[in-house]
Design a protein around this ligand. Structure first.
Ligand SMILES: Cc1cc2nc3c(=O)[nH]c(=O)nc-3n(C[C@H](O)[C@H](O)[C@H](O)COP(=O)(O)OP(=O)(O)OC[C@H]3O[C@@H](n4cnc5c(N)ncnc54)[C@H](O)[C@@H]3O)c2cc1C
Length: 396
């Protein structure tokens, strides 16, 4: 079997993998980024809604090539049609730009390549190599041949369906309550307001929501996420979306030009994301925001830390779980508290009736929140519906 060697093997060239490879290469490590697909970023499985404020922190240069539309904010619609408008800064990690995800992912891979990372496409990792309690590389299939990749550190950035963590013995399992099953159409010839990303709550999408993210004045990504435990059979999520579209005159007149299906985790943070010679990042580490289902920004923020720590570990010659704790602590400092809070809030939100959603949106549309986050939301709801947030008292 052909063998190759590297310091850091990154499995998966999604946003989290490319940013990890970029920062690890920048710090001098010899990095190999492998992707099972033949084209980075394609096919797109994303609503393409992205906030902007974090891009600078990660050092990602904004580029017109991957920005399709810039929005002013979000509109949250209650089941009876009440609207709560939120400005872009406060609206969470899916509101700011509507992007071209295929171009965005390629731009991040280019940053990794320019920093010196090697990239191999059509390279499907099928198992990891473990020796003396350390992950030491992976076995991959490349152009019909098996390939042994020896690495000092392996980073699992292999997305929602991640296997790298499981192979290494980390618990990345999800319960049906912590998964949203999604389906989305790109629709053209519709009526949409390109200034807003729209979200529709309530029984139209049990345990999740419907989104309309405008790419331009007459084309948008129209999608739905439904909590897996609320689905009676696999095709039901599509029926929910189709039924909703049928009731929207401005949307049902449009044509579908693309369709994607997928899933997102809406879970609390994992207990453990590192082991000897191993780190997990992005969707593979279940870093998605449990309220919005958005994972690109969280994945990239953690990936910067992951790449930097990988580089430091290579320089120090120490690939132990004890050394890699620096990553575990680093990403948790950035994301954990909010992810846990939003998971708790999600647990409550999925139990609410249409009537309560109507009352809450009604209340919030007249409330000026200092800063929009799960905590301030729960506090605002407590003013009028103390019973609803009883179990969060400790938190508030
Ligand atoms: C329908 C839908 C809509 C969404 N909308 C939004 C949104 O609007 N905004 C947002 O922020 N997030 C959204 N998300 C979530 C977002 O897409 C993910 O959080 C994001 O892609 C995570 O990035 P990642 O790099 O961790 O994983 P991914 O982007 O999934 O990348 C993982 C990569 O690893 C590769 N790979 C997997 N296994 C292997 C292997 N064994 N060997 C080699 N390569 C492998 C895959 O091919 C893939 O390229 C949505 C998700 C879905 C399903």
């Amino acid at each position: 079997m052909k063998e190759i060697n590297c310091d850091v093997l990154v499995v998966g060239a999604g946003p989290a993998g490319s940013v990890t490879a970029w920062y690890a290469a920048k710090s001098g490590a010899n990095v190999l980024l492998v992707e099972k697909r033949q084209e980075i970023g394609s096919p797109v499985r994303c609503g393409e809604g992205l906030s902007k404020y974090w891009l600078k922190d990660v050092g990602i240069p904004e580029n017109r090539r991957w920005i399709a539309n810039e929005v002013d904010g979000a509109r949250i619609f209650s089941p009876s049609g009440k609207v709560w408008e939120i400005n872009e800064k406060d609206a969470g990690n899916e509101v700011g730009y509507v992007i071209e995800r295929d171009q965005f992912d390629k731009a991040l891979a280019e940053l990794a390549a320019k920093a010196g990372a090697e990239i191999m496409l059509k390279t499907w990792v099928r198992g990891i190599i473990k020796k003396d309690g350390y992950v030491r590389g992976a076995i991959a299939r490349h152009m019909g041949e098996d390939l042994k990749i020896n690495a000092k550190i392996v980073v699992g950035a292999d997305g929602y369906e991640s296997q790298v963590g499981r192979w290494a013995g980390l618990d990345t399992s999800l319960s049906p309550n912590d998964i949203d099953s999604c389906i989305q159409y790109r629709m053209t010839g519709i009526e949409c307001d390109r200034r807003y990303c729209d979200f529709y709550l309530g029984s139209c999408a049990p345990g999740g929501y419907i989104w309309v993210f405008p790419k331009n004045e007459d084309t948008a990504n129209v999608g739905i996420g439904v909590q897996l435990s609320k689905l009676k059979y696999p095709g039901e999520v599509k029926q929910y979306l189709d039924r909703w579209i049928e009731k929207q005159p401005g949307i049902r007149k449009g044509k579908k030009i693309d369709m994607v299906a997928g899933a997102v985790s809406i879970s609390k943070p994992l207990e453990k994301t590192v082991d000897n010679g191993l780190m997990l990042v992005g969707d593979a580490a279940r870093m998605i925001d449990p309220i919005t289902g958005g994972g690109v920004s969280n994945g990239c923020k953690a990936a910067k830390v992951c790449g930097e720590v990988a580089g430091e570990a290579i320089a120090a010659g120490d690939y132990s779980a004890a050394f890699l704790q620096k990553y575990e602590k680093g990403w948790r400092a950035l994301l954990e508290e909010k992810q846990y809070r939003n998971w708790l809030a999600k647990e409550k939100l999925v139990t609410l009736s249409d009537k309560v959603f109507d009352d809450i949106i009604d209340l919030l549309s007249g409330t000026k929140l200092e800063r929009l986050n799960a905590l301030n939301l729960l506090k605002a709801v407590r003013e009028k519906f103390p019973d609803l947030v009883k179990e969060f008292e400790d938190f508030l």
